[in-house]
Structure formats: C-alpha cells, structure tokens
Write a protein that binds this ligand. Sequence first.
Ligand code: MLT
Length: 411
Amino acid sequence: MASINDNYLKLPGSYLFAEIGRRVAAFKEAHPEADIIRLGIGDVTQPLPAACIEAMHKAVDELANADTFRGYGPEQGYSFLTDAIIEHNYTQRGIHIDSDEIFVSDGSKSDCGNIQEIFGLNNKVAITDPVYPVYLDTNVMAGRTGTLKADGHFEGVTYLPCDASNNFAPALPKERVDMIYLCCPNNPTGTTLSRTELKKWVDYARENQSVILFDAAYAAYITEDDVPRSIYEIEGAKDVAIEFRSFSKTAGFTGTRCGYTIIPKTVKGRAADGTLVEFNKLWNRRHTTKFNGTAYIVQRGAAAIYTPDGQQQVKELVGYYMENARIIREGLETAGITAYGGINAPYIWLKTPNDMPSWDFFDKLLTEVNIVGTPGAGFGPCGEGYFRLTAFGNRENTLRAVERIKTKFRI
Ligand code: MLT
C-alpha cells in the first residue's frame, strides 16, 4: 500500500476558512431565514475595474482569431505585464528590479505556500503569532516542524508574538532563524511595520544570513507615509528578501487570480556542498516545471490597472473598501469595543468584549446578530481574545453589520 505524507496528520482539522464555511453552512441550514452578513474571509465584493474588463474582453477577441491567438505564454509572465509592474511599483519608487527577477503567478497564496519548497528542510522558520495560516501550514506539510503542542504551537517553529502590548510589531527572535515570514500590512491584525521596524528585520537577516519572505499583498491599502510599500525601500533588503504581491485585493482579482513574486538574484542560500546558490534560479526551475503561466486574458486584465484609467479606478476601489474600514472601526469604538488596524489595511482586529474566547465570540456574533467574522485564535494562540472583521463587504452590508453590533454591544 502506498504510504502518505505523515506531516499532513500533524495539522489540526481543516483550513481556517474551510472550518468557518462549515460552521456557517450548518447554521444556515438550521436557520434558513437568517440574514447573514459575511465579513469573515477577506473576499472582495465589488466588480473588477472597468479598464480590466475592457482589456479582458479585448484579449478574448484576440484568442478568437488565428492571427492573434496565443497558446502557452512565458511561465514567468508576459513582458507587457512584468514591465508595467516593475515600472509602477518599483522603478517609480527608486527600486531597480530586473525583468528576470519577477514571476507572475495565479496569486500570492500559491506563491507564499510554495516558496518553502526551494528551502532546505533543516531551515528554522519564524512566523508571527497570529499569522496568515498558509505560511505555517505549508511548512508543517513539508516536514519543517515537529508536532502540535498543547499550547497550540508547533515544535521547532519560532513564534513571534504580536499583540496590543507590543503594538503588533514582533520582537527579533532570541535564537537564529533562517526563514522569516513577515506580512505588511498585516493579515490578520491590519497593522503595519514602520520603516524603522522593518529596517531592524533587514539588518537581522543580513547579520544572520536569513531570508525574509515578505507578503505585501495589501500594499495598495497603505495610506501613511512611514509605511514602506515594498521591503526593497529598505536599504540592503535586496540581498535578503523575497516579496509577494497580489492583484486580488488591489484590483478585485480574488476569483480572477493573479499575483507575482520578486526574487532578486542577490538573495542566496547555501547548498549542501557549501556553494552559494541564487534562490531566483531555483524558483525559476520550479516555476517552469510546475506552472504553465497565468492565463493571457487575466494578465491583460492585470496590466490594465497600470493605465491612467486603471490607476484611477483602482484608487476608487481601494477607497471604497477603506471607507468601509473606517465605518467598522468607528462603529466598534462607539460600541465600546477596542479596535486596531483599518488605517493602512482592509482588516479590523478587535478585542473581544470581556476577553471572550474568540470562537465563542464567533458563535455569539453568528447566532445573535448573524454576522460572520474570523476568530483570532484561528490565526494562532496569540490571536485568542481578538477577532477579525473585513472591510471587503459591500457598503450596505457593512453599515447594517455595524448597526447590529452597535445595538448589541453598546454600553
Ligand atoms: C483572508 O481572509 O485572510 C484572505 O482572504 C485569505 C487569502 O487571501 O488567501
């Protein structure tokens, strides 16, 4: 009989959002009349920007004609997209990225999950707690951790606690680590790291020959000047950081799927024989072996966000969700609930009233006011006592949800 990858058995139950979906479906079945408002998974609700739609329609027409038809494209992405990304997100910010340092994909969840494949299994991993579950779960699946302990932490992982007491900015690890996952603006806490904070991490990585895996999927939501849009704004980061970016939250591509990863050729790791090897080379080998490129139509749609119309439409889209974030945050404060995030990110991280356990608060909100959020404990033990609401709902539902919470909890 074939054996299984036993590492999968170390993982508890189901993926966080699958578990939430299961609980909501069970509640809906028992209460079909319930008017449920979903502010749980960070899925967008507004249509794609008109510039993207137009570009995608045009791309469909090209595929309908033998003269303009396209089959397999470059696995790393078409240059019409990669050039536009480099120009707008890097060159214009004074960052030099070569065209062979960018890899377009079907979204940054895949990239954040797959990147660990090009690292040795003996690498020591550091993650924040709470954390986007993909970073941890994929390392568990790969066998880079021990088993789950009673305290909710996996053996062999360095956890970096983030809560209100440290302003959600993780302290440097006491022991040496090789791979450091940082997410800024942060999912789930909606908070950010300042330039000074991020510089500490880049310096640590340089001193310790570590690699920072920097998830900047929410960069488009940054409003404050002191928050870097890219880790490469920090001096020295190009030697030690890999950056993940996404069109999902920037332009409503959660269902359309498009993201990209930047791997500067200067980021290197050591092979078993001691030689230094570019991670870029390994990722290119992996990408070309396991991936056949993001759909042409989707890449055309993504490239359209860099046109003047596209830029304006994306600004409006992001502004729409950030207004929701303001409504939620202020509504929670009116209800006497402490809230964080929502200034540079579309997530609001709230303290549960009376320190209620976060899954209990999930059940309370679902059953008493029919609102779905995400329990902080689902993101790690330090998320206990916190709860996440997303600003990605539509305006009407966001306003209704806030009214329900205010009515329920107002002191
Ligand atoms: C979330 O709700 O945390 C995100 O939607 C998950 C994701 O982007 O994969």
